[in-house]
Design a protein around this ligand. Structure first.
Ligand code: PLP
Length: 409
């Protein structure tokens, strides 16, 4: 008798689905399609020569070690580098024991799901929020409680109300959020850290874009504000209320799948146990190579170059929107990151618009509704400005402007 696969799947898979939008977006692989859909870095900024040289050096000098199994926690020199670099840059004391190296920040989301979420547990999220995190936590049967968000971040009074529902953690993207590009104000950052501590609910701060800032004042991370809030308790190493992740995906290359999580030591140890069951450890050779590439100040130079390239692309996209979009379309002005968030006029639906844009004009974006876990956002779109060329951005926005104008009649 053939297996009836549907009957064999675990209950948790019922919330896993592939979306109609993903099907439409498959066309973005075709060279004639201009895509603003993915969150892809520009291939023009990948440090290929540096990686080539680093693989060579590592294989020559530490060949057997680089190809061997290694520690779940991560390659010790890379952990030490991240502890020291982060401590200095964001003014907080982190020891290597606070840090675990992972296969991308996406794995951090999954591991936190494993460690914290029982079926039915509530997670407080921004509205809209990062789709990949929702995907990871749906598999653990989380319930998402959305916190109303404005251009300065989560609204504190609304957050306080929702904190009373005893959630497992708050998921926050305070800097150049995916999908909207907005950042929390300093006051909001302080209020949210304070509220979380007051209610004893941890914050998961996801910060892939913080270093890609194009303009304005650099604001403190939630973890650094939280460290100050805890004062003496965090004088030696971090022992606060925030679990923080950042990644090499947007500042080096996503293909190496390298990120890190910073948490109080006991939480890091728990996440290490979860990771052991998933993949034993992150790629040894990729950690050694990344460590070789970034040493001696390369990373800061690389980030400065990426900022320049992306700032120009953001400016071109915003200028093109001004030129080609009907006046009733509005959009955010991100001061960093990879995305602009567009709101269409009443009467239009972004998912329907995508279908027409792809079929008729060969241009793609991501409709915003899937970023709203409890529904809504049908008139919103996420536009990525890092991946297309400057000419591509102008041409793509112009084509999209034509589709919107036609739909408006
Ligand atoms: C907010 C956010 N978190 C996490 C990730 C995953 O990043 P990584 O490549 O490190 O897994 C992304 C990727 O786009 C993201 O935008």
């Amino acid at each position: 008798m053939p297996t009836s696969w549907e009957k064999q799947y675990a209950q948790r898979t019922q919330k896993m689905s592939s979306s109609a939008i993903r099907e439409i977006l498959k066309v973005t692989q075709f060279p004639d399609v201009i895509s603003f859909a993915g969150g892809l870095p520009s291939p023009d900024v990948f440090p290929i020569a540096e990686f080539k040289e680093a693989y060579d050096v590592i294989l020559n000098e530490q060949g057997p070690q680089s190809l061997q199994y290694s520690l779940t926690e991560g390659y010790p020199p890379l952990r030490a580098y991240l502890a020291e670099e982060t401590s200095q840059r964001i003014d907080i004391r982190i020891s290597a024991d606070n840090i675990l190296i992972t296969n991308g920040s996406q794995q951090v989301a999954d591991l936190l799901g494993k460690v914290f979420i029982d079926p039915g547990d509530k997670i407080l999220v921004e509205e809209p929020t990062y789709l990949g995190a929702l995907q990871a936590w749906r598999a653990y049967q989380a319930e998402f409680v959305t916190v109303p968000t404005d251009e300065d971040g989560m609204i504190p009074a609304a957050l306080e109300e929702k904190l009373k529902s005893n959630p497992k953690f708050i998921y926050a993207l305070p800097t150049f959020q995916n999908p909207t590009g907005i950042s929390y104000s300093l006051e909001r950052r302080q209020q949210i850290v304070e509220l979380a501590n007051q209610y004893g609910v941890p914050i998961f701060e996801d910060d892939p874009y913080g270093r890609l800032q194009f303009e304005g004042e650099e604001l403190p991370t939630l973890i650094s504000l939280d460290s100050q809030y805890h004062g003496e308790a965090c004088a030696e190493s971090y022992q606060g209320n925030v679990i923080y992740t950042s990644t090499f995906s947007k500042i080096l290359a996503p293909g190496i799948r390298l990120a890190w999580v910073i948490a109080p030591k006991e939480v890091t140890a728990k996440i290490v146990q979860a990771k052991q069951g998933v993949d034993l450890h992150t790629s040894t050779i990729n950690q050694m190579v990344a460590h070789h590439v970034i040493h001696e100040g390369f990373l800061n130079k690389q980030i400065a170059m990426i900022r320049e390239v992306y700032k120009k692309r953001r400016d071109i996209m915003m200028q093109a929107m001004q030129e080609y979009f009907p006046a009733s379309v509005t959009w955010t002005h991100p001061k960093g990151g990879l995305f602009i968030w567009v709101t269409l006029p009443e009467g239009l639906n972004a998912a329907e618009l995508l279908k027409i844009a792809v079929d008729q004009k060969r241009v793609a974006f991501v409709p915003g509704a899937p970023f709203y876990p409890n529904g809504g956002g049908e008139r919103t779109c996420r536009m990525n400005f890092s991946n297309a060329t400057e000419e591509g951005i102008r041409e793509g926005v112009s084509r999209l402007g034509e589709v919107i104008s036609e739909q408006l009649g």
